[in-house]
Design a protein around this ligand. Structure first.
Ligand SMILES: Cc1cc2nc3c(=O)[nH]c(=O)nc-3n(C[C@H](O)[C@H](O)[C@H](O)COP(=O)(O)O)c2cc1C
Length: 192
């Protein structure tokens, strides 16, 4: 069976993280992606990437509307391996933290948590207020992983896409997918 990864892009800055994640998955054999792009993300995709939603959806194996509660990923009976929200807005974070299943993104996240499947949120906002921080604690206590997309500057990457891909490599590594996007600090110093 193919590895099934749910990828959601919500309306915080950083739509490129979700897009690059979908692109990376599309190049790995044996992965199928199930994507949801929120309507707010349509705006960030347009403003930040100068692309239309459909162009990003094409990178996914399957894609769903944010109100499509009939989608397979709305049910725990549909087996998936993990869910990644990249990037995750503070609005979506708060819906997940409070279990307010008003969209397929939150419903699928609730499914991931109840089924004890990995749920990774690339929460993006700065600075953070106490409500944001409490919501992050709440999701962490429920089993989710808060992973703000903070670029590793120690690799001295030359461009933004390369920096984004380092984070994409880290995410995929966390869910057990090996990819050459992952770089390991100090690896070259190891002798056999
Ligand atoms: C250009 C732009 C950048 C935004 N950046 C952020 C952000 O970094 N973090 C955030 O939480 N919301 C951000 N927002 C606001 C969200 O888009 C807004 O809260 C939206 O309701 C989120 O909806 P969603 O979670 O359903 O995608 C941004 C909006 C725009 C237009």
């Amino acid at each position: 069976m193919k590895r099934r990864i749910v990828v959601c892009i919500t309306g915080s800055s950083g739509a490129i993280y979700g897009a690059r994640l979908l692109r990376a998955c599309s190049k790995i054999e044996n992965i199928e992606t199930h994507a949801i792009i929120s309507s707010a993300a349509e705006t960030t995709i347009r403003l930040e990437m100068h692309k239309e939603r459909g162009e990003i959806e094409k990178l996914a194996t399957y894609s769903y509307g944010e109100q499509d509660f009939e989608a397979p990923i709305a049910s725990g009976s549909f087996i998936t391996d993990c869910m990644i929200v990249a990037p995750c807005s503070m609005k979506t974070l708060s819906s997940i933290a409070t279990g307010f299943e008003q969209s397929l993104v939150t419903r699928a996240a609730m499914v991931a948590l109840k089924e004890r499947r990995p749920l990774i949120l690339l929460t993006r906002e700065t600075p953070l207020n106490l409500i944001h921080l409490r919501n992050m604690v709440q999701v962490t206590e429920a089993g989710g992983i808060i992973m703000p997309p903070l670029p590793p500057l120690y690799f001295e990457s030359k461009d933004m896409v390369e920096l984004v891909d380092l984070t994409v490599g880290r995410i995929l590594n966390m869910v057990g997918v090996k990819t050459d996007l992952l770089r390991e600090w100090g690896k070259e110093k190891l002798t056999d």
